[in-house]
Write a new protein. Sequence first.
Length: 312
Amino acid sequence: MAASPVLTSNYNGDVLDYIIQETVIGNEVVDKGSVYVIEDVPSKLSIAKMVSTANPIIAREAMPTTKSATVTWSEATLTPAEMMIYIPDINPRIFEAAWRPFHPKGALPNKVLDPNIQKVFADVVIKQARKQVGKLLLQGDTTSATAALSFFNGFFTRAASSSTNIDVTNQGTISANNVQSILEACNQSVPDALYDDPDMVFHMNTGDFRKYQQSVRQLSYKGQGPAEDVPAEYGGREIRYYSQAPANKIIVCKATTSTDSNFYAAVDKQNDMENFIIEKLRPEGEHYFLKALFKMDANFSIDSESVYYAGS
């Protein structure tokens, strides 16, 4: 699920939801089923949480006067940040030789891009946009000096600044020598009430997961041999690894594509009904432009039920 752009161009192409939807869903975090994506969030959304104090059952009173429990309300928020894709210099003439089956149509001063060319061009852009969105979901940081990561705070950035999640004692930089000890510490930090939940999974960088595989193969008396694949799990708990997750950090939390996920994301389609446009840059010119508008944000639903490790 994602934003639903309207395509404006010189042809009746079958694109519509394809562009921005693919931008959002075509990344590791969503493809591995780790995040619940909410669409049509124009400005702000609250993720409500209600918690009762423990032991609400008390002795019976004929005329009750004793309050047995207190219910508190808190909320996390999703405020989608505005983003844009803009390419102003698409020249139909460059496709004449390379894409002979799809020659741009029209008189020389009025070349029109074939719909197949427009789709291929968009695909190339989308491929890179997917990577950026995936990296934003995991390590976006509004204070980052890197403009591409500064739109909103990703899950690892929010975990680092949280005062209510469960922090695991630092054991140093993740290596083949200590990765199993670190995973064990993370696993033991999972609250008892969530310990058997199959959706409580490890989230880590692909490089760090490969160190875990290396550590298993190096075991003398048990584990996989050099020619065997090491399953993506530890202690019976699934490990999801992402090439765009920050190295040397681990999060353990519920991660699904449903409302019970701890990873939430929100997207919105713009109100101007021109979320994805391929059109002539200027009436008298030959160049076309590509422009896409969309919004996105990410947050935990209940960060107090997440475990976070950051090595030095």
